[in-house]
Design a protein. Structure first.
Length: 74
């Protein structure tokens, strides 16, 4: 599963990277505002652009990502 740090790094790299919210696989060639693209690994329509994931907030991050987010707010 992806973490908040990985999503932030993808946004900063500006390389059209997205992540599947079902299997956690990173996907290339994904528009920043993408929602529900088909995952090449698991086949689910659950790939979101990194920027879109940040806008969606903590509900899409793994437990590790949520922990990092909470730690940053202390």
């Amino acid at each position: 599963m992806y973490t908040l740090d990985e999503v932030i790094a993808a946004v900063e790299a500006d390389d059209c990277i997205g992540f599947c919210t079902v299997c956690g696989q990173q996907a290339d060639g994904v528009e920043p505002d993408a929602r529900g693209y088909e995952c090449e690994v698991c086949g689910e329509c659950a790939v979101f652009g990194a920027e879109e994931l940040l806008l969606m907030g903590g509900s899409v991050f793994s437990n590790i990502g949520r922990a990092a987010l909470a730690e940053g707010n202390k």
